[in-house]
Design a binder for this molecule. Structure first.
Ligand code: 13P
Length: 339
């Protein structure tokens, strides 16, 4: 097995998932202002260092996705952030896309940029300690969207990215996110996600990407957040797994979902249901941002010095999601916040 194939498996090994702490400075500023904390580089570092030095990291987090600012920062004791993450037995990764920009030729859609100079940036990130990367493409659902243009151009960019990342000896996380914004029903999400995934894998194969050395980070199949329809966890799980089975090549070792605006409990419960019925060889896990950090951030904002309780909350959330990777979660476990 090649080095990247081993790393891909470690990132989502039994009981482990990925912490997406790669919010850009703009997004992190929004998150911090929502809890009335000033977004300075020191505050961004303090919150992240609090999470990265939690005990939950050791048992439940196989990889952490960092942002460019964070991978260059040092902890209060002078350790680099990648070294801190490694010392907790987890693998440092890095977001390498430059964000979603207006797609020329389409009215409302976005294309993810960041391919120019990527080869050089990847080599720098490798030297800073990163062993995997992330690139996120986003797709809106509406009457006319996503267009063929958005589906094809984003898949092409994802494949060029993935190929460059493997050339640099790192694992690409391929993240095509069909957004949950909108009034559409769950079947529309299923149909669009299927199309998007199919096109992504067409392009990845054309670009000679070794699928065994990749991780897919998809959305779950959900009704839009403004839809009148409510779906049960069982239905979400069934449709999500069906979509993955039909569109993801079996060589892909791991699938780590994004939370995409689900609440912490919804994201945990849905993952648990998916793993209950997982009859594939895919390791099915999480790569959550908001659904792992929200409650911890709320607590931290009340008292930045209260590291203990913030870490307890983060440990709990990580443990709950870890249990879900093995279909071992139930709602009663949410009553006891202890690791
Ligand atoms: P959420 O889990 O908050 O959707 O974030 C995951 C992520 O990395 C989005 O790119």
């Amino acid at each position: 097995m090649s080095e990247i194939e081993i790393i891909a498996k470690q990132m989502v090994a039994k009981g482990k998932g990925i912490l997406a702490a790669d919010e850009s400075t703009g997004t992190m500023t929004k998150r911090l202002s929502s809890v009335s904390v000033e977004s300075t580089s020191q505050n961004r570092l303090k919150f992240r260092e609090t999470l990265f030095s939690s005990m939950g990291m050791k048992n439940f987090i196989g990889g952490v996705i960092l942002y460019d600012e964070t991978i260059r920062q040092k902890t209060s004791s002078g350790k680099t952030i990648p070294d801190l993450i490694k010392s907790y037995g987890s693998i440092p990764g890095i977001k390498v896309d430059a964000g979603a920009k207006k797609l020329a030729g389409s009215k409302d859609e976005k294309i993810t940029e960041g391919l120019d100079g990527l080869r050089e940036r990847l080599s720098e990130y490798y030297n800073l300690g990163a062993r995997f990367t992330k690139w996120r493409a986003i797709y809106n659902i509406s009457k006319l969207c996503p267009s063929e243009l958005a589906i094809k151009s984003n898949a092409h960019a994802l494949a060029r990215y993935a190929s460059l990342v493997q050339e640099a000896n790192m694992v690409p996380i391929v993240e095509p996110e069909v957004l949950m914004d909108g009034e559409h029903n769950i079947d529309k999400c299923y149909e669009v996600t299927s199309k998007v995934l199919k096109e992504c894998y067409n392009e990845l194969v054309i670009h000679n990407v070794n699928l065994k050395g990749t991780i897919l980070k998809p959305n779950m199949i959900l009704p839009g957040n403004k839809s009148n329809q409510k779906a049960t966890s069982a239905e979400i799980a069934k449709k999500t797994l069906k979509c993955l089975k039909e569109n993801v090549p079996h060589e892909v070792p791991g699938i780590a979902f994004l939370s995409g605006g689900q609440t912490e409990i919804e994201a945990t419960q849905n993952l648990n249901e998916i793993n209950k019925i997982n009859d594939t060889n895919f390791l099915i896990s999480f790569s959550y941002g908001r659904a792992l950090q929200q409650s911890a951030l709320k607590n931290w904002s009340k008292d930045i010095k209260d590291t203990d309780n913030t870490q307890k909350i983060f440990n709990h959330r990580s443990k709950m999601n870890s249990l879900s990777t093995e279909a071992g979660w139930n709602i009663d476990l949410e009553k006891h916040i202890a690791v």
